[in-house]
Design a protein around this ligand. Structure first.
Ligand code: CUA
Length: 158
């Protein structure tokens, strides 16, 4: 059977496109280490309150980096109000003791699922001081729409 030259060209082009897409996934995940922020460590959802990583939720500065530790549970974030400085790297670390929640800082690039059994970790930097709304954007039960928190980004330290 003779395959027309144009047919051959487009079969080759399709294979190249598929190879480029698969290659992009392989390179970003294995060579660059880019992956979704929702599964960086495992944790036992039943012992979050005594696990040293989540026993004291809140904001702390470790080695010049700001770290916000937050527990997302039905139907609130603990703590419900946080304050971080502008212009500095901020890392959010979250987990859930019950069901899947979401963590979105509205108007920023902070957006992650929070899955029981795993630690989610997102790093960013806030350039604009002000008040930001944190919402759960994964449906998590009858109180889902009330699950929110407040983030205050304070002026950069002089
Ligand atoms: Cu938590 Cu929706």
């Amino acid at each position: 059977m003779k395959v027309h030259v144009y047919e051959k060209f487009w079969m080759g082009a399709a294979l190249l496109i598929i190879a480029a897409f698969v290659g992009a996934v392989v390179i970003t995940s294995y060579a660059l280490g880019i992956h979704p922020p929702s599964h960086v460590e495992t944790i036992d959802p039943a012992t979050i309150d005594t696990d040293p990583r989540f026993a004291h939720p809140g904001v702390e500065t470790v080695g010049g980096r700001v770290r916000a530790t937050i527990v997302a549970r039905m139907w609130s974030f603990d703590p419900a109000e946080l304050s971080v400085p502008a212009g500095q790297p901020v890392t959010f670390r979250l987990t859930s003791p019950d069901v899947v929640h979401g963590f979105e800082v509205v108007g920023t690039n902070v957006n992650s699922m929070v899955v029981p059994g795993y630690v989610s970790q997102v790093s960013t930097r806030f350039d604009h001081p002000g008040e930001y709304l944190i919402v759960c954007h994964e449906y998590c039960g009858v109180g889902h729409h009330t699950m929110a928190a407040k983030l205050t980004v304070t002026e950069k330290a002089p």
